[in-house]
Design a protein around this ligand. Structure first.
Ligand code: NDP
Length: 306
């Protein structure tokens, strides 16, 4: 049986570092980083994610605002709002919470964020820098995964890494980061043939699909490191019991919320893997920590601070 590769402790450490540095800038320069999140429409999960980011900012001394915009806002008005934030001196980071309501072209909107304030690292300029292995703001979830592997001294160089999922926010940037770390990457997606055969060659396997417990033991090589990015709500009591047995926390989740949060990787994979990141408590906390760090980085870059 392998070990759970938790992300909570590392996330806490990273946030503590950010907090200390922010406090120093407040003392020395009488200013702190500022982050603005934009929520278009009423997506409940997006609202929760933004509130979590806001709460984290508060704890670390970062100033934050959330701009709530109606789901039927004109594209030109949304762009004008971003333009306003672009010229605000006290705003170091701008993020547009995804997904946008249907009818919006996310890449078109994200391209309006100035690259130096793009703390999600999704702007084509920043993604271009990532492809060229240059400095710049990088997407938070993949960055968190790399930090997690490094913190546990899990080697990437020379290793066979398979990433399942090719989204612009997780799969593709992660593949670029792994390439930059000298790993040998395969990206899989819904059209990949013989998926379990491909994934079971991986020394490091990443699931970023959005399908609960999709990756089962047959997808995994014995002793592999498995990173679970997925966040899926599972309401089926029988399935929860099959996965987690009589786990009290899971049963309480079902009782209190009607669902429990699971990843893309079946928890029984722990019996075959060397490491598996848990859901919750694995990659998720690191994503927020990296956003906080990126916001501090953006603050420093705009002021030419070391
Ligand atoms: P997307 O929906 O944008 O992408 C999903 C990817 O999975 C696509 O590339 C898709 O392939 C692929 N896929 C879907 N079904 C299959 C299949 N049967 N076999 C192989 N590949 C498949 O998702 P995201 O990247 O945005 O998110 C993925 C998961 O990670 C979600 O659960 C999300 O909630 C979670 N997430 C978690 C974060 C965290 O902080 N922990 C942060 C961001 C996301 P194709 O391209 O062919 O359609």
């Amino acid at each position: 049986m392998g070990s759970w590769l938790e992300g909570k402790t590392l996330a806490k450490e990273i946030k503590e570092e950010v907090k200390n540095e922010v406090a120093q800038y407040l003392k020395k320069r009488k200013e702190v980083p500022g982050l603005v999140g934009i929520l278009v429409g009423e997506n409940r999960a997006s609202k929760i994610y933004l509130r979590t980011k806001e709460r984290n900012c508060e704890r670390l001394g970062i100033r934050s605002e959330i701009l709530f915009l109606p789901g039927d806002i004109e594209v030109s008005l949304l762009k004008a709002k971003i333009e306003e934030l672009k010229s605000r001196e006290d705003v170091d980071g701008i993020l547009v919470q995804l997904p946008l309501p249907s009818g919006f072209n996310a890449p078109e909107i994200i391209a309006c964020i100035p690259p130096e304030k793009d703390v999600d690292g999704f702007h084509p300029f920043n993604l271009g820098n990532l492809m060229m292995n240059q400095e710049g703001l990088k997407p938070c979830t993949p960055l968190g995964i790399i930090e997690l592997l490094k913190s546990r001294e899990i080697p990437i160089e020379g290793k066979r890494v398979v990433v399942v999922g090719r989204s612009r926010i997780v799969g593709k940037p992660l593949a670029a980061m792994i390439t930059n770390e000298n790993g040998t990457v395969t990206i899989c997606h819904s059209k990949t043939e013989n998926l379990p055969q491909v994934t079971s060659e991986a020394d490091i396997l990443v699931g970023a699909i959005g399908r609960g417990a999709f990756i089962t033991q047959e997808f995994v090589k014995l002793g592999a490191v498995v990173v679970d990015v997925g966040m899926n709500n599972l309401a089926d009591k029988a399935k929860v019991e099959e996965m987690f047995g009589k786990d009290e926390k899971r049963q309480n989740d079902i009782k209190e919320k009607g669902y429990t949060l699971i990843g893309d990787v079946h928890p029984h994979v722990i019996d075959k893997a060397e490491f598996l990141t848990p859901v919750p408590g694995g990659v998720g906390p690191l994503t927020v920590a990296m956003l906080m760090r990126n916001t501090l980085e953006a603050f420093k870059m705009r002021r030419n601070l070391a």
